[in-house]
Ligand binder design. Sequence first.
Ligand SMILES: Nc1ncnc2c1ncn2[C@@H]1O[C@H](COP(=O)(O)OP(=O)(O)OP(=O)(O)O)[C@@H](O)[C@H]1O
Ligand SMILES: [Mg+2]
Length: 235
Amino acid sequence: MIEILNLQKSYGKNLILKDISLSLERGRIISILGPNGSGKTTLIKSILGLVVPQIGDIRFDGESILGKWEYRKKIAYLPQIARFPENLKIKELLNLIKDIREQNADDNYLIQFFGLEKEMNKALRNLSGGTRQKVNMLIAFMFDSPVIILDEPTVGLDPVAITRLKELLEREKDKDKLILFTTHIMSLVEEISDEIIFLLEGEIYFKGSVEELNQLNGSGNLEKAITNLMEKRNV
Ligand SMILES: Nc1ncnc2c1ncn2[C@@H]1O[C@H](COP(=O)(O)OP(=O)(O)OP(=O)(O)O)[C@@H](O)[C@H]1O
Ligand SMILES: [Mg+2]
């Protein structure tokens, strides 16, 4: 569904993504892991056309995305840092986004699902960190998009909200969607990922299942295996 071909991205003299090639298919939950600054957000933003690579191509359903924007309607995106006008109430923000997207949205169900009914008339600047993240998630999930990309959706969420997120991801996967997400919570990765892509210094250092990573590493514990990858580079 999404193909990344020999992608290279630099900021000034810093080469951030070095010759990345990947094929991402529907019906899968894919975790992009890697230490801070390894290029996860840059890779995600490249798929969204928010970052323009110097070399390489990205294809969405077989067509290059470079210079195009229509394909973006098929992608739901939760950015690592979401910025919306702080004076808007949640209710107003949702209406604004629905107007812009001109697509059907199933927000009532999600408002209940995340227990946001009582927060709808609060201005964004008055929300707690976790509530803000729930709003971001609501925006990402309210349109029926075939691709869902979440850049650190777990930040600030309490355990109940993380369980809810997990349920949502599994439900969307069952609808044959492609889900791509980053997180630093390894238990979530272990529970739901069909595939892990581990980035290190802008390269794909490991790609495979949780089981394959554990086996390769010999630790039987994903948190340890990932820490080993980050520290020792022994895969
Ligand atoms: N707009 C920019 N201009 C210059 N450098 C940038 C820019 N955006 C990102 N970088 C650099 O690119 C590198 C990769 O950043 P990126 O945000 O992709 O990392 P990440 O893997 O998402 O990290 P984190 O886990 O902290 O979110 C970092 O060294 C960062 O400083
Ligand atoms: Mg990031």
